[in-house]
Write a protein that binds this ligand. Structure first.
Ligand code: NAD
Ligand code: ZN
Length: 261
């Protein structure tokens, strides 16, 4: 059985084919087939810490070296991962005739990498994602507004080795949203604006448990649009979706979006 045999496949395709504006909301599931470790499950564990113990402002204040060591480990894992056919199908879709915007909860940079690959280095703007939770490959200052892309390993042997801001000398931190922190207000309002005006919100690989990200598809419904979900398991959004395709995004998205570019 292939993805085209999934219950609701044709209905999902028809909805997307007739939409001029589409917002996409993606979560960790879209990167699962690329091998990015999830937060939930065995491969998310590091030295028996839970992410909830490390990805917080409190943890960083208490032991910034430990938190940076964990991030250096995650960055190393993610650096080895490449976009999968799901990321690539979304990037092609976003570069096509429709007005498509990808909103992601992922911090792994794989949508961006897919956009660059598919666009062949030309202007890839339409496929560039809005990153709700930031990027693990950017750092920012804990005191001033300094913020830069950064992919190389971080030295974490001692506190003195940790990266410091070239402008003000304060400690740098990963540019990701930690548990208990607010999302960037500009990015968030842009995500809701896009979703509100979309005819379809394509929700891929998110458990839809973490708000406000999980509310983005509701804005599409409030604006009169419909929700199409791609996820191997049921989520709190399933009852609100017009169609839920029960499959893996790397298998479903290439068929679902084929010819809709
Ligand atoms: P999540 O809460 O977004 O849930 C993952 C969802 O993906 C689940 O519903 C699961 O059924 C689904 N899924 C699994 N395999 C799939 C596949 N092949 N195709 C489609 N769907 C699939 O993810 P989480 O890991 O619980 O993370 C919560 C938050 O932690 C995220 O919002 C993010 O900010 C952060 N995080 C990011 C990454 C990343 O950047 N890749 C990884 C882990 C955690
Ligand atoms: Zn600074």
């Amino acid at each position: 059985m292939g993805p085209t045999d999934l219950e609701g496949f044709q209905e999902a395709r028809d909805l997307l084919a007739s939409a001029d504006t589409v917002s996409v909301l993606s979560g960790a599931g879209v990167s699962a087939e690329s091998g990015v470790p999830t937060f939930r499950g065995e491969d998310g564990l590091w030295k028996s810490y839970q992410p909830e113990q490390l990805a917080t402002p409190h943890a960083f204040r208490r032991d910034s070296r430990l938190v940076w060591e964990w991030y250096d480990w995650r960055r190393g894992k993610i650096r080895e991962c490449r976009p999968n056919p799901g990321h690539e199908a979304l990037a092609r879709f976003a570069l096509g005739a429709r007005d498509v915007r990808i909103v992601t909860q992922n911090v792994d940079g794989l949508h961006e990498e897919a956009a660059r690959t598919v666009a062949g280095g030309s202007d890839a703007d339409p496929a560039m994602p809005l990153e709700l939770h930031g990027s693990i490959f950017r750092v920012k200052c804990t005191s001033c507004t300094y913020r830069v892309p950064h992919r190389d390993p971080i030295p974490t042997e001692s506190f003195d080795d940790l990266p410091k801001c070239p402008v003000c000398g304060s400690l740098l931190r990963p540019d990701v949203v930690w548990f208990g922190e607010s999302l960037d207000a500009g990015v968030l309002s842009e995500a809701f604006r896009v979703a509100q005006s979309a005819q379809v919100c394509l929700v891929v690989g998110t458990s839809a448990l973490v708000h406000p990200a999980a509310s983005v598809p509701l804005a599409t419904r409030d604006g009169g649009g419909e929700i199409v979900e791609v996820n191997p398991t049921e989520t709190p959004l399933t009852p609100l979706a017009s169609v839920s395709l029960r499959g893996a995004s790397g298998e479903v998205l290439p068929s679902l979006l084929d010819g809709l570019e």
